[in-house]
Design a protein around this ligand. Structure first.
Ligand SMILES: *[C@@H]1O[C@H](CO)[C@@H](O)[C@H](O)[C@H]1NC(C)=O
Ligand SMILES: *[C@@H]1O[C@H](CO)[C@@H](O)[C@H](O)[C@H]1NC(C)=O
Ligand SMILES: *[C@@H]1O[C@H](CO)[C@@H](O)[C@H](O)[C@H]1NC(C)=O
Ligand SMILES: CC(=O)N[C@H]1CO[C@H](CO)[C@@H](O)[C@@H]1O
Length: 478
């Protein structure tokens, strides 16, 4: 795409305040800037109340148990050497594989085939001082968020007493009853510089084990189809598929389960929009399966700054990238978003006979900003308000407070940003009174909005951020 095109249709040029800002000094200007930005964003949010909307959310839920790895495994003698196992059968293998990822400092999740072992380890973990539980999986977090905003919500997950207690009371859980003892994931956390005998952790990270056979198998897909037919959602949100990452499926089983999901998506009424919330997928074959089975049926896609380059690389080169910049420049991600959007949006309207859809919405959530790209004339409305609400939600979630405090906020976006890495690309200057910038591209067929995040400096939660943010953006667009 010619950058000139971007420029020629670029309708929003604001300069001035930034220059004035640079002249004045220090913190009072900074504070005034934050005040203006927050006021302007809250005013937008107030103008867009959430309407009557039905949202279905899949798939799965689990209970995450968090414990310090050093407390659980630390007192045991370390193994003579680290070793990799793709699944775990004995305590010895658990120690070897933990040592393997601990010394590499990389995040990993492994399936424990020996259920007796898993139960013993879990029991020990839950007895430790400082161990705590939280609802895991993106689907329940998004479902709760939608319900909190006033939507009617049905969640595809098994009904465990723990889940029912923790979810927003407005969420209807459509699944079989379970005692919840099997869908528990144990998260062993370790700080940077931790030691275990001869082993050291080069960075903080987590190692996850579980014996969960229900979530990775997407066991509620078939039963949920009947529910979808009667509930007639305006929006069906699919997430939580990262539970399939690195699961030891029998041959052909992963493809079969993804096939069942794609059949379900294909048969959904064309009146319902489909959003797919990505997650961090480390297994190339799984991401490949999602590109073939889920993306062709999605109207909308939500992802973060690590998932975007991952998907971009998969679509462009057929491989994935496991390292990425945690605070990327706007120009870089806009170029990647354009590629992904063009690749998945095709031309013309969606095809009712095959159920295939063309991507018409892409939401990137990053630490510093929210970016939403929408095809004009599609069913998605209120893009500016959605980007605004997503950005406000990022602060509220991380700070753990609905009231945004400027004492605990900073902006990472500076005076403006460039629209593309291509030479000659235009630049958007930041306007404190209209902090959310929107413009059109591609001959006026695509709208893009970027909202700065008032980044919370007093962190209460990090997990579940993307889910809350993505849900907050979606709810104003259906
Ligand atoms: C499974 O774990 C239990 C408990 O640690 C252990 O006694 C048993 O030998 C293990 N089974 C196998 C096949 O390794
Ligand atoms: C993916 O493939 C491209 C093109 O072949 C190559 O340049 C890139 O280094 C590869 N990336 C990884 C992570 O292997
Ligand atoms: C597809 O289905 C929708 C909703 O039923 C309908 O409004 C639209 O006209 C259909 N499009 C085509 C090309 O048949
Ligand atoms: C800001 C906010 O509403 N955060 C919510 C994110 O989702 C979790 C799970 O539903 C809630 O507990 C948080 O309150």
């Amino acid at each position: 795409m010619a950058t000139g095109k971007v420029l020629s249709v670029f309708s929003l040029v604001i300069i001035g305040l930034a220059i004035w800002l640079n002249r004045d000094d220090g913190s009072s200007v900074l504070k005034q800037r934050l005040e203006q930005v927050l006021k302007a964003m809250l005013e937008v949010e107030e103008q867009y109340p959430v309407g009557e909307v039905r949202i279905a959310v899949g798939y799965g839920a689990c209970r995450d148990v968090f414990v310090q790895g050093a407390k659980l495994l630390g007192p045991l003698p370390p193994p003579p050497s680290p070793a990799h196992h793709s699944r775990i059968n004995s305590l010895h293998q658990l120690k070897e594989v933990y040592a393997f990822f601990f010394t590499a400092g990389s995040a990993a999740e492994r399936y424990v085939q020996n259920e007796t072992l898993f139960r013993e380890v879990l029991e020990a973990a839950e007895g430790m001082v400082g161990a705590y539980s939280a609802v895991g999986g993106n689907a329940p977090v998004m479902a709760s968020r939608f319900a909190k905003e006033g939507a009617h919500v049905v969640l595809a997950a098994k009904r465990s007493p723990y889940l029912l207690k923790k979810l927003h009371p407005g969420v209807v859980v459509a699944g079989d009853d379970t005692d919840g003892t099997r869908d528990v994931h144990l998260i062993l956390e370790y700080p940077v510089g931790d030691t275990w005998g001869p082993y050291h952790s080069p960075r903080a990270n987590r190692f996850i084990i579980h014996s969960d056979q229900s979530n990775p198998m997407l066991s509620s897909v078939e039963a949920f189809s009947a529910r979808l037919a009667t509930f007639r959602p305006h929006l069906f949100v699919v997430g939580g598929l990262q539970m399939m990452d690195n699961f030891p499926f029998p041959p052909g089983m992963r493809e079969e389960r993804l096939g069942a999901l794609s059949k379900q998506l294909a048969s959904l009424s064309p009146n319902a929009l489909i959003h797919f919330e990505m997650a961090s997928f480390t297994e190339e074959a799984l991401l490949h399966g999602l590109v073939g089975n889920v993306l062709p049926y999605s109207d909308s896609l939500g992802l973060n700054e690590q998932e975007l380059p991952n998907l971009y690389n998969m679509l462009r080169y057929g491989n994935i990238t496991l390292v990425s910049d945690y605070n990327p420049r706007v120009a870089v991600v806009l170029d990647q978003m354009r590629y992904v959007f063009r690749h998945l949006s095709g031309t013309g309207s969606s095809d009712n006979s095959t159920g295939r859809r063309h991507l018409s919405r892409l939401h990137l959530h990053t630490l510093a900003f929210q970016a939403i790209m929408v095809r004009k004339g599609s069913k998605w409305t209120n893009t500016l308000a959605a980007a605004t609400k997503a950005a406000l939600t990022a602060n509220r979630h991380v700070c753990g407070n609905a009231e945004i405090s400027l004492e605990k906020a900073k902006m990472l976006m500076d005076d403006g940003f460039t629209l593309s890495e291509e030479a000659g690309a235009g630049r958007v200057m930041f306007d404190n009174k209209r902090p959310v910038a929107c413009w059109s591209e591609e001959g006026g067929t695509v709208e893009v909005c970027i909202a700065p995040v008032l980044v919370c400096t007093s962190v209460r939660h990090t997990a579940g951020g993307g889910d809350n943010i993505s849900a907050a953006g979606l709810i104003l667009q259906v």
